[in-house]
Design a protein around this ligand. Structure first.
Ligand SMILES: Cc1cc2nc3c(=O)[nH]c(=O)nc-3n(C[C@H](O)[C@H](O)[C@H](O)COP(=O)(O)O)c2cc1C
Ligand SMILES: [Mn+2]
Length: 511
């Protein structure tokens, strides 16, 4: 484990200040997690039509479920494999992807993520002939995507989804900035793929900018990608930033790109399976519904844009990445998302300059980390907790969806639900300590309001579960151990017959 921390503290000039992660593509990374016992291969034939998702859901009802590589898909003659639960609720697999020590606590991992997410490394160009994705290259009517195993996940889904664990590249026609986003893609036919970007997402904004010029929007979509590109496809960065540079920064290794066959965008050279295509204005097909990260079917079936596929590149026996959308802990948007979102919330609060913020956590059980944020602070003045609550609720990294924003004191670890429940139950008086924000940024996927047209406007409750500042001097002391007694007992832990290590305590009784 120490090897990972040491690695990330090293530095090479080409890597933006970091020693590169010890993998170059999805296959290397799978070998790495396999060695750690975090990958399960399933070689018996499995039907991509609901059976694959059923097995994935059942296997992931526990937080420590491995990544699942389905080697043999019933009826498939393409030799493809399907990878599900690539990251899921495993903080260890997240750590192995970005080169952090998997043994770090959640709070430590969030802090380390903040640091590595600030680095930027530009992509590198690889000649076409050396690009692993070019083992097979097909154009136009040589392409038939229906030959590849494409899961139908939930019984009520409107079709098969080739794109769930995928990334889509688009460019801004003004600046050339390449965006990477994860947007769901229903398979309509041999060369037709749906593309659903919800309003405001960068892929959709790029598409609209091309259309406004009277031009089709070029896209590149990759369905077998390494974990870091996948994770960053789902994070919001600034509209002018390319997630490709962030991926290079996080891994300490430039993303390798090569030329496409048809479009002017580059394609990821180490991906398993990549399509190139164009999206034309007015070219739509009925899309959805899809069982979503909320644990419900999302939007109703409706017309959505379609990618007209022009070229296909893939490795032999490609590994297709698929993301199961489900209730925690079965959702692919799990531990990694909670850690990255929490890191970005802390970064936002730091940039605003509010003092005293100690930690934050967006627990993945709250609709993939979107529903709730807990923030801890050292109260320094009257109104401090209320200020931190309001800023957290509306900072860019937390504003979307989040309904529950809870402030706790610095002695409460936001990543530990037992402690948060304790604070809520002993430091918060609901009649005094709750405020509601209305008409906030939300999503049509939140089913709690009716009719569906009401859903984009959400609401948020700010819960002050800090010791009441007005009476802080009279607030009873918590029952804490005397430091010397704790240290003495910890030193005797093994002698006393305990097999594990003594718990780490950080706050002690003060006389
Ligand atoms: C597995 C998965 C599926 C997603 N599906 C969609 C989708 O269908 N449409 C969408 O707009 N966002 C979807 N998202 C969320 C976006 O990827 C996320 O908002 C991201 O920030 C988009 O990139 P952008 O900020 O560059 O637009 C999905 C995320 C994940 C992880
Ligand atoms: Mn973006």
């Amino acid at each position: 484990m120490e090897e990972h921390v040491a690695q990330r503290n090293g530095s090479t000039p080409a890597s933006g200040g970091a020693v590169p992660v010890p993998w170059r593509d999805l296959r290397d990374w799978l070998a790495l997690i396999d060695r750690k016992g975090l990958l399960k291969r399933i070689d018996k034939p499995v039907d991509p039509d609901e059976e694959l998702a059923a097995i994935a859901f059942m296997a992931t009802r526990r937080e420590d479920a491995p990544a699942l590589l389905f080697d043999t898909l019933a009826g498939d003659r393409s030799g493809s494999k399907v990878l599900v639960n690539m990251l899921g609720s495993s903080k260890e697999r997240y750590a192995l992807a970005v080169g952090l020590d998997p043994g770090l606590s959640l709070a430590e991992m969030i802090a380390a993520t903040r640091t590595i997410m600030l680095r930027r490394v530009k992509p590198a160009h690889v000649p076409k002939a050396q690009a692993r994705v070019n083992e097979v290259v097909l154009r136009d009517n040589e392409i038939d995507l229906t030959l590849f195993p494409t899961p139908k996940f939930w019984p009520g889904d409107g079709g098969r989804y080739i794109g769930t664990g995928n990334i889509t590249l688009t460019s801004d026609p003004d600046t050339g900035r390449i965006n990477v986003g994860c947007y769901r893609q229903m398979l309509h036919g041999p060369r037709r793929v749906g593309l659903y970007c919800s309003p405001g997402k960068h892929g959709g904004l790029d598409r609209d900018a091309w259309w406004a010029r009277g031009k089709p929007c070029e896209v590149v979509a990759a369905y077998g990608i390494d974990p870091v590109l996948f994770m960053l496809g789902a994070q919001v960065f600034g509209i002018r930033e390319s997630e490709l540079d962030v991926a290079g920064g996080m891994t300490g290794r430039p993303v390798e790109l090569t030329e496409a066959e048809h479009v002017s965008l580059p394609i990821p050279a180490n991906a398993e399976f990549v399509i190139e295509g164009v999206v034309r204005p007015g070219e739509v097909e009925e899309e959805g519904p899809l069982g979503e990260f909320t644990g419900y079917y999302g939007r109703e079936r409706a017309p959505q844009p379609v990618i007209e596929v022009k070229a296909l590149h893939h490795r032999r026996s490609p590994i297709l990445t698929a993301a199961l959308m489900a209730k925690y802990p079965s959702c692919e948007i799990g531990a990694y998302y909670a850690i990255m979102r929490s890191a970005r919330i802390l970064e936002d609060l730091d940039r605003i300059g509010v003092p005293g913020v100690v930690g934050a956590y967006a627990h993945p059980a709250a609709a993939s980390g979107w529903g709730m944020v807990i923030v801890s602070l050292k109260q320094q003045y009257a109104g401090h907790a209320a200020q931190v609550l309001a800023l957290t609720a509306q900072c860019p990294a937390a504003a979307y969806y989040t309904k529950w924003i809870i402030a706790v004191d610095e002695d409460v670890d936001p990543t530990d639900f037992n402690e948060v429940m304790w604070a809520l139950s002993t430091r918060c008086n609901p009649a005094d300590d709750l405020d509601v924000l209305r008409n906030t940024w939300s999503t049509g996927l939140d089913p709690s309001q009716y009719p569906p047209e009401a859903r984009p406007y959400g609401s948020k409750v700010l819960i002050n579960a800090c010791k009441p500042h007005k009476n802080i001097k009279h607030f009873p002391p918590a029952t804490l151990l005397r430091r010397q007694v704790y240290e003495r007992a910890a030193a005797r832990w093994t002698e006393l017959g305990f097999a594990d290590s003594p718990p780490k305590l950080t706050t002690f009784h003060e006389d």
